[in-house]
Design a protein around this ligand. Structure first.
Ligand SMILES: [Fe+2]
Ligand SMILES: [Fe+2]
Length: 134
């Protein structure tokens, strides 16, 4: 699946504006990533990893609280998906700390963001009771 041209749309709404805004930001991350690639700047890569670290902590927690508040049935499966993303972001940080080359880091960040977008479209969108298009 190529996510590059995919935009967030109402079909992916979870039924909460704040959470939907977070999801829009992730779709926009693709263009920030392209800029980071062009600049080839290690600090920009660090910033992106920091953003994703914060996102996986704060956004996931907020989304899990929202699922509890609407009594979403499939919450345990959804939480496990989040836990996998948390492990992946830790790996990304480890690659960075261990001086992995920029090209490798950018490739791994891109993969992470693609998976996150896929999660928004196929897993998050189920919270509101409608299926995302994969
Ligand atoms: Fe989400
Ligand atoms: Fe989620």
């Amino acid at each position: 699946m190529h996510v590059m041209t995919i935009q967030w749309n109402a079909e992916y709404s979870v039924g909460d504006d704040h959470i939907d805004d977070h999801h829009r930001e992730i779709f926009h991350l693709i263009s920030s990533l392209d800029e980071a690639v062009r600049s080839n700047d290690r600090d920009r890569i660090d910033e992106m990893i920091k953003y994703l670290e914060n996102y996986t902590l704060s956004h996931f927690q907020e989304e899990e609280e929202f699922m509890e508040s609407v009594k979403f049935a499939d919450i345990e499966y959804h939480k496990r998906e989040h836990d996998i993303f948390k492990l992946r972001i830790r790996d990304l940080r480890t690659f960075y700390t261990n001086q992995a080359p920029n090209t490798h880091l950018i490739f791994q960040i891109r993969k992470f963001v693609d998976r996150l977008i896929d999660h928004i479209m196929t897993v998050d969108s189920k919270i509101a009771g409608h299926e995302g298009k994969a």
